[in-house]
Unconditional design. Structure first.
Length: 139
């Protein structure tokens, strides 16, 4: 099982992990209350990917970075394509610096996207943020 493998690998590095196996109700309670240090779960992306799920207020990782919050709040108002691309590039840089998420598997080999999300969006089985530095929204 993936959780046990991760636990053992972290233990080899001196990090003690306690795994809590949760039923659906408990899992949802942990998520809604952000009552976890690390979560192994799945994310079902919608047809129009929304990065606020990962970088906006109340995101899945309980990740707080005031700059990403500001960018996510401001992005919808940007009309200039170069400025928009620059803002998404900055989100990518922050992601690379702080790594709030690590995608360990993908069960899809294709990506469905909103027509407003452009750039080099490639399907990748191991990283949902693959090539995020090239994504930007034209709307």
């Amino acid at each position: 099982m993936a959780a046990e493998d991760i636990k053992n690998q972290l233990l080899d590095q001196g990090i003690l992990v306690n795994i809590i196996y949760a039923d659906d109700n408990s899992y949802n309670s942990y998520l809604n209350n952000m009552n976890y240090d690390m979560m192994l779960g799945s994310i079902q992306s919608g047809l129009a990917p929304d990065l606020t799920t990962y970088f906006g207020n109340n995101n899945l990782a309980n990740f707080y970075n005031s700059e990403t919050i500001d960018i996510m709040n401001y992005i919808d108002n940007i009309k200039d394509e170069n400025e928009l691309k620059s803002k998404y590039q900055r989100i990518y840089e922050i992601y690379r610096e702080e790594v709030p998420y690590i995608a360990i598997a993908r069960n899809k080999i294709f990506a469905i996207k909103n027509v407003d999300l452009v750039g080099e969006i490639k399907a990748n089985w191991y990283n949902m943020f693959y090539n995020i530095k090239e994504w930007y929204n034209t709307k």
